[in-house]
Ligand binder design. Sequence first.
Ligand code: GS8
Length: 215
Amino acid sequence: MGIKVLGIPMSTCTARVLTSLLEKEVDYELVPIDMGKGEHKSPDYLAKHPFGQIPVLQDDDLTLFESRAITSYVSYKYKDQGTDLLRIGNVKETALVGVWIEVESQQYNPAILPIVYQLVIVPMYGQSPDLAIVEAHVEKFNKVLDVYEARLSHHKYLAGDFFSLADLNHFPFTYYLMKTQYASLINDRPHVKAWWESVSSRPAFKKVAENMTLA
Ligand code: GS8
């Protein structure tokens, strides 16, 4: 029994998990979930993910949800192979990775998600984006990115001068943002731009991004 990921490749949170598996050189099987048919709300699926969302990771008898918890699990379990994502062995670096994992989840994601949702996901369903929501979150995201610009002017990556899980977790939403006119929010900040160019040129990201095609 190997690792199974239940999800779909275009989903941001699924993409986050797949990227961690590729960075750690772990084989996996992607089991597609038919969200159009409401498979993620079926009793069988809800037994695995009580909130009825994707992704889920199954590793033998262990079933996990929440993409960031899953990428941490993958990084710990496979600490001795692939890219060193947690800097285990250096307690200070591990702590800083933890800080920036939280910053992504608590600051960056709440600001970027509604922008991407309105400009990328809503139009997929043939609806018009709510531009007031976009504007409010662009203002919020600008403030977050000012902090990133300052941080990245001192360090190549978020937790220090090494690529880590903190950087990885940013990938899927930033990837979609870069397809909108708000790519300028990243590109107008030289250190954030250089960081994104470095992060998004990694083979694991490129491979996952190939399948992040919007219907
Ligand atoms: C969010 C999962 C999520 O929003 C995580 O795993 O990180 N905090 C969770 N999943 C979306 C698809 S976007 O990847 C989803 O399943 N939406 C359907 C729904 O909520 O019904």
